[in-house]
Design a binder for this molecule. Structure first.
Ligand code: ARG
Length: 248
């Protein structure tokens, strides 16, 4: 009958654009976090996370558009629907899992302490007990330092980005900065003149795993991300991106 024809005609029309044009998702990222996400000289957003998620999207058949988004408040952009995916070297934690969903892990990290060069009284995390410490607000670095020094300790100096926390260390406002190892190492390596170094061989910290975050309940998008991730791990794409940023 007529009704059935109409129904199938409109269903056909609706499926045509989906088939011809891949869906584009808006990705929030705090691009102050080299080598994971940062802006190059041309102000383009680049980095390990950007390459990995772009490769995931290419495999899984969707498009991504990266939008620079301050770390503070980044999680609420999922809730509000302003961003579909977050990639920001985000550690998967039980607390965060209550309010958003995470992909399978794509990177292992841990915290690392930076100090002024030549400092000898800071060898492990415990040595920060009576020190002033800089962190990026609301990160897992902030969490561990809070546990050691107490939530409201005035010795914790919080900054909106990790480079600002490390600059505070350089200018002597704090005795240490705590943040994700990859980012701290990258910063120290690229600013050798600034007189800071990392505390090597400190076994104080446990492993953290980065994941891509989506709005809680967005199972369809999560499944696409996870299938793309699986595929780029299987075909060597992930390994070559890893080698590009961290060496073989
Ligand atoms: N991995 C840490 C966390 O999840 C720090 C991430 C900060 N990322 C950034 N792009 N600023 O808390």
């Amino acid at each position: 009958g007529k009704k059935t024809e109409q129904a199938s005609a409109s269903a056909g029309a609706a499926s045509t654009p989906a088939a011809s044009a891949a869906k584009e998702y808006v990705v929030g990222t705090d691009a102050t976090y080299a080598p994971f996400e940062f802006q190059n000289d041309k102000k383009e957003i680049v980095g390990f996370d950007i390459d990995v998620l772009s490769a995931v999207a290419a495999k899984a058949g969707f498009k991504v558009k990266f939008v620079n988004t301050p770390w503070e408040g980044i999680f609420s952009t999922l809730q509000q629907g302003d961003r579909d995916i977050l990639t920001s070297a985000i550690t998967i934690t039980d607390e965060r899992k209550q309010s958003m969903d995470f992909s399978d892990p794509y990177f292992e990290a841990r915290q690392l302490i930076a100090v002024a060069k030549g400092v000898s009284d800071i060898k492990t995390f415990q040595d920060l007990k009576a020190k002033k410490v800089a962190v990026q607000t609301g990160t897992t670095g902030d969490d561990v330092v809070k546990k050691l020094l107490g939530k409201t300790s005035s010795n914790i100096k919080r900054f909106e980005s990790m480079p600002l926390a490390l600059k505070e260390l350089e200018s002597g406002g704090v005795q240490a900065a705590v943040g994700d190892n990859g980012v701290v190492i990258n910063y120290v390596k690229n600013n050798p003149q600034n007189g800071i170094s990392v505390v090597a061989d400190d076994k104080s910290f446990s492993a953290e795993f980065y994941g891509f975050a989506v709005k809680k309940g967005n199972k369809e998008l999560l499944a696409k991300i996870n299938s793309g991730l699986k595929a780029i791990k299987a075909d060597g794409t992930y390994d070559s991106i890893y080698a590009k940023y961290f060496g073989a």
